[in-house]
Each structure stands twice: as C-alpha cells, then as structure tokens.
Design a protein around this ligand. Structure first.
Ligand code: CP3
Length: 369
C-alpha cells in the first residue's frame, strides 16, 4: 500500500528540505514540493475519494496516509504535506461546517458576536486522535522524507467564520476587525490557540516542519495586517518556536506584507508569483529563507517556455539565504501531473548548476542576499 519499506529506518534530520528551511543555501540540491500536491489533480486521489466527503476523508487515518503519499509515489518531491484542511481543527472543537466541492468551506452559522466565542475552545490532542494516528503512520512510511504539518492562521480562519464561507472582499471580516477590535482580539486569540494546538498535535506525532497558511492576509494593507493579523500569527509561530521545528509562513498577494510575515516568527517566508524571489528576499531581509514561486497559471504553457520560467525561479531564489522551490499558490485541480513531474526533475537536475551560475552564497546558515 505504502512506500518503499526500506526507507522506514531513515530519518529526515539531514534532508535538503529541512536544511533549506533552516536557511542553508545548499550547493548540491534545490529542494522542491508543491502546495496542494495531494488532491484533485491526481486521478488516484479522485478514485480513493469517490463517495467520501472531504471532511470525512480527513478523519480516516488510513485514507489520510494514502492520499498524503500519492504525490510522493509520482514525484521525487523533497517533502510531504499532511493531507487535511485548515478547517479541520474548527470541526474538531465542534464548529458546524462543510467543505463544498468547487466552492470551499461553508459555515452552518456565521460568527456574529460574543456569544459565539465560547464554541471556540482550544484543541486538545484527544480531539484530533485521527491526526496523531495518521502522522504516526506517515512518519514511519516516509523514512527520510520530512512531513510538513500545517494550519490556517487566525485572520484566514476568521474570514471563513465571519463571512460564513469564501469571500471576494472580506467586507464583514474587516468591518468587525476595525469596528469591534476587542471582539476581534478575543476571536483571533482563540483561533491562534486552536491553530497552535492543531500544529502541536502534528509535531508531537512526528511532523518535521510546519507551514502556517494565512492565505487571504494579502487582502489587508500593511498597517491593518500589522495591527489585526500579524500579532495572532505571531502567537501561533511563537508556540512552534518552542517545539523547535522550522516554520514556513505563507499568504497570497503579500508583496507589501513580506517583512511583517517574516517578523511574525518565520524561518521561511512563502512568496506568491507577483515578485521575483530575489526582490522578495531583499524586502524580507537576510535572516529568512524563501519558498516559491512559479505562477501556477503557467503550468499549461508549452514545456520549453515553462522550463525557462522554472529556471528563472531557481536563479532568483539562489540569491536568498535558503530557497525551497514551490508554486506561488496551490496546484490547480486541472494541472497535468506529468508537467509537475518534469518540473521536479528539472529543478533537481539543473538546480545546482543554475544556483552556482546565479552566484549563490555557500551554505553557512547565514547567507547574505
Ligand atoms: O496537498 C496539500 O497541500 C495538503 C492538503 C491541503 C488541503 N487544504 C486539502 C484540500 C491543504 C494544505 C489545505 C489548506 C487550505 N484549505 C487552505 C490554505 C491553502 C491555500 O490554498 O491557500 C485553504 C484556504 C483551505 C480552505 C479550502 N479547502 C478551500 C479553499 C478548498 C477548495 C474548495 C474547492 O473545491 O475548490 C478546500 C477543499 C480542499 N482542501 C480540497 C483539498 C484536496 C479539495 C476537496 C475536494 O477534493 O473536493
């Protein structure tokens, strides 16, 4: 069912992914994985999910392990990401919600005020026993390949709770945020504790790194982000610092927020496709690695054109103190898995040479941009 049984004795401690996440610009390997590498772009995913609702699939450890491993069997990616969803810990504490295919998370009730706070109690390991079990299976099967645990950041989670579902403008969320900062603070503190509890359960069971998704933080100005979102992301990331795992902090449309996202307590800042990585790194500063940032909308372009874009991302990332190759956002459902496979091979085969040509600083954990 799973991966090569021989790999089970190895540990991820010396993996290229973790080295890059600890800000080492490796000379011989550019690590690569894809956000949403598991999921609808894979026929084997669609097959095992047939008739099983998304959130139900997240509560079945055997299925979670199988889906997490599917992209590892196809691609030589340098990390696995735990198959779950940012809404799972909310469901685990009893918030009523569903994930509607093609739409996203939909709440049974919108968060409307003080009275709804009580439902948002902290996540205890016993609330997510199926997560612990799935991570334990995975760590055993993955051997030397690291497993990334993840959670949603408070702003992004709050946006689903307050809007009741996906939103284009986050108008209710922002109105609550500026109109009732005390209630917003209480809401986001509770969400920070929920996210941190969900991450802590994954790390305790063996996840090697964590990624905090503040996917929709880019809808905020830098000033509002600093005031209403960053402090709560920082609360989550601070708790992860205590656990000693590298922390990746990601959002979409965050060009103006990147330094604040680093300062929230990240080791690696995830960058979307709107800025070259060299410029992103210049903005964030020399104490952070970067992750990204091929535009996922280019995956259907002719291979020679796409390959040049992949090379450009590697060259630009070489100028940062640590680079993990990824897309600028998740794999789209209609992506061709064969194209993702070619990207992984190209990054691995040409990465070291491209990096040298671009003038990467040797790994000392403190390369200068
Ligand atoms: O491979 C991986 O990256 C791991 C799995 C993963 C999922 N969701 C599985 C999933 C991860 C890391 C997430 C995080 C997540 N979930 C985010 C942050 C990442 C991002 O994209 O910015 C957000 C915003 C969500 C909320 C959510 N869940 C959305 C917007 C959707 C898509 C809805 C749709 O149908 O278009 C989901 C559903 C979801 N989460 C799917 C998967 C594989 C698709 C479910 C299906 O098969 O129907």
């Amino acid at each position: 069912m799973l991966l090569d049984p021989g790999s089970a004795r190895l540990s991820p401690a010396s993996s290229p992914f973790l080295a890059a996440a600890r800000r080492q610009q490796l000379q011989d390997r550019v690590p690569v994985w894809f956000m949403r590498q598991a999921g609808r772009s894979l026929p084997e995913y669609r097959r095992v999910r047939e008739g099983i609702p998304m959130l139900e699939s997240c509560a079945r450890p055997d299925l979670v392990a199988e889906i997490t491993l599917q992209p590892l069997r196809r691609y030589g990616v340098d990390a696995a990401i735990f198959y779950s969803d940012i809404m799972v810990p909310l469901l685990a504490v009893g918030v009523e919600l569903d994930i509607v295919p093609g739409r996203g998370p939909v709440m049974a009730h919108r968060f409307a005020g003080e009275a709804d706070l009580a439902a948002l109690r902290p996540v205890e390991p016993t609330d997510v026993g199926y997560v612990t079990e799935a991570v334990q299976i995975l760590v055993r099967e993955l051997g030397e390949v690291p497993l990334i645990g993840f959670a949603g950041a408070p702003f992004t989670l709050a946006s689903y709770l307050v809007e009741g579902g996906p939103s284009k403008d986050y108008a209710r969320t922002k109105s609550l945020m500026v109109g009732d900062p005390e209630l917003w603070d209480a809401l986001c503190r509770r969400l920070a504790d929920i996210s941190a509890g969900f991450l802590a359960a994954q790390v305790a069971a063996g996840a090697s790194a964590v990624q905090l998704f503040d996917s929709w933080a880019g809808s905020l100005s830098a000033e509002d982000y600093g005031r209403y979102a960053q402090p709560y992301a920082a609360r989550v990331l601070q708790r992860m610092a205590e656990l000693g795992v590298p922390r990746i902090h990601f959002g979409v449309g965050t060009a103006e927020l990147l330094p604040l996202m680093g300062a929230a307590g990240a080791d690696v800042v995830g960058v979307d496709w709107r800025l070259p990585l060299s410029e992103a790194s210049r903005r964030i500063g020399p104490a952070y690695a970067v992750q990204g940032n091929l535009d996922p909308a280019l995956l259907g372009a002719p291979w020679p054109v796409l390959a040049e874009r992949v090379r450009a991302v590697v060259r630009s990332g070489a100028l940062a103190p640590g680079h993990i190759f990824n897309l600028g956002h998740g794999v789209p459902p209609d992506a061709d898995p064969a194209v993702l496979g070619r990207i992984v091979d190209l990054v691995h085969e040409e990465g070291p040479k491209l990096r040298r040509e671009a003038g990467a600083q040797p790994a000392d954990g403190r390369g200068s941009p």
